[in-house]
Write a protein that binds this ligand. Structure first.
Ligand code: FAD
Length: 439
């Protein structure tokens, strides 16, 4: 592999190198599957330690900063700011195999890509995210083509959300959150609050009802923050309906059909008409992993929640959305998982028992209105695990707005994707002095 990369450099490739082709066989020390948030960060860190011994399997040519899509949907950022060429963000010391994983054979330490390249590895890092299934909600694909329905979960649609909000003068604005696994559990309500604030500040609020229908039993998974969010919704006149799961969108009549969670099939249906509908689509583990020996019964890669090492295959690890780590799936979680992954992998390479511990740290900066954010940070137990000393993070804050809109986008591109996990640890460690729950 080292020889191929040297050859590519001689040809003038400076950034992530694409050097393989259909039918090839590649041997490498570490393979990272996926070049999104988790894969890019992991590959960057690992290739600094093991230059030219890391390969990344990633089919996409564009890398998206997904946490910024909420800001695009609310008219705060431009879509162009959320994307960069994959070749520019993947680490130059690693080899980019521009293809998709087809199947893995963890018993024999190789994987096969969709264009039939075989890659033999010593260590495997799974970071291929999850899959969004628009058709799991009846009528949604057609509805998304109408001017009244949008979702911030798609790079091609998040800008449409802002167009819809601007166009809406009166009627019902309905926002949803589904059952099942979801990346960024707060994204559905972030856009609800930003929309409500926009309607209020533009004088349209009296003519628009704002409804947030969530399939969950509370507005937010971590009770500590739910306790602050629920009264805020009540105070702002946002109608919150719990235990409602969107199952169908009838675009001809502009009706959203919800099923009460736990109700018997066909019973307890709630139908709401909408003038704007924001949908958080159903999400699921990738189908290509379904029959592999890597996943648990839910279809996510089965790893130890502390060490991120695979439960059966000691040379396999996972981080990010594709893993079955029982925490909220976020880029912030990836930033806390990364140093643990690096330590666990290093331990296995040195034939030691992995000892590093990930405590489930995750973060959800809830944009409560333009200029204000409630910075929710919590662990596996949903207990607060906060970074900023002396600040009540349940209060809406201007400083946290700055963190969400300026500091985090900057650190996403320039720190996290560079694999500089320790950078995140330093301010957190300092701020956590004297506080419990340090990850
Ligand atoms: C609207 C929205 C708002 C969000 N807001 C926040 C927020 O405020 N804060 C926060 O921390 N997080 C937020 N997130 C969540 C965050 O973006 C994700 O949790 C994070 O990107 C997960 O990283 P990942 O690498 O696991 O998955 P991804 O970044 O999705 O990357 C997966 C990669 O795997 C690749 N892949 C897919 N199939 C294959 C295959 N067969 N072979 C090889 N590669 C494959 C994909 O092309 C992709 O590049 C938000 C997400 C959304 C959608």
């Amino acid at each position: 592999m080292r020889r191929i990369m040297t050859h590519c450099r001689a040809l003038g490739f400076q950034r992530a190198l694409v050097c393989t082709g259909p039918g090839n066989t590649l041997d490498c020390k570490i393979v990272v599957v996926g070049g999104g948030t988790a894969g890019c960060a992991a590959a960057a860190a690992l290739s600094q330690k093991f230059p030219e011994q890391v390969a990344i399997v990633e089919p996409a040519i564009v890398h998206h900063n997904q946490p910024m899509w909420t800001l695009v949907g609310a008219g705060i950022k431009r879509l162009e700011e959320t994307r960069r060429a994959m070749a520019a963000v993947l680490p130059s010391q690693a080899q980019w195999v521009r293809s998709s994983l087809k199947e893995v054979c963890p018993e024999r330490n190789f994987l096969v890509t969709t264009d039939m390249q075989r890659i033999n590895y010593d260590y495997l890092v799974m970071a291929c995210g999850l899959s969004i299934d628009y058709s799991a909600i009846k009528g949604l694909p057609d509805a998304l083509a109408t001017p009244y329905v949008s979702t911030n979960y798609s790079p091609t649609l998040c800008a449409k959300t802002w167009d819809c909000l601007q166009r809406l003068e009166s009627g019902n604005a309905v926002f949803t959150y589904p059952t099942g696994p979801v990346k960024c559990g707060g994204a559905g309500q972030k856009i609800t609050y930003m929309a409500e604030d926009y309607f209020r500040t533009t004088g349209k609020r009296d003519n628009i009802t704002v409804t947030y229908n969530t399939a969950l039993p509370r507005i937010f998974g971590a009770a500590y923050y739910a306790d602050a969010l629920e009264p805020m919704c009540a105070q702002r006149g946002i109608q919150v309906n719990l235990g409602l799961d969107l199952v169908e969108v009838r675009s001809a009549s502009r009706e959203a059909v919800f099923k009460k969670v736990g109700a018997i099939e066909g019973l307890m249906e709630v139908v709401q008409t909408y003038d704007f509908l924001h949908v958080v689509p159903k999400q699921a583990p990738h189908a290509f992993l379904k029959d592999s020996d890597l996943v648990d019964s839910t279809g996510f890669v089965d790893v130890n929640p502390s060490t991120l090492q695979h439960s059966k295959h000691q040379n396999v690890f996972a981080l990010g959305d594709c893993s079955n780590l029982p925490t909220s799936k976020t880029a912030a979680a990836v930033s806390a998982q990364l140093p643990v992954l690096l330590q666990s992998l290093q331990a296995v390479i040195e034939e030691r028992e992995p000892m590093a511990v990930y405590n489930g740290y995750t973060s959800c900066p809830i944009t409560t209105r333009k200029g204000k954010v409630m910075m929710c940070e919590f662990d596996y137990q949903g207990m607060p695990c906060e970074t900023f000393p002396g600040l009540d993070q349940r209060k809406e804050s201007k400083l946290m707005w700055f963190v969400k809109t300026v500091a985090l986008p900057y650190s996403y591109w320039n720190i996290l994707l560079k694999g500089w996990a320790p950078w995140r640890q330093i301010p957190r460690r300092i701020s956590q002095i004297g506080k419990p729950n340090t990850p």
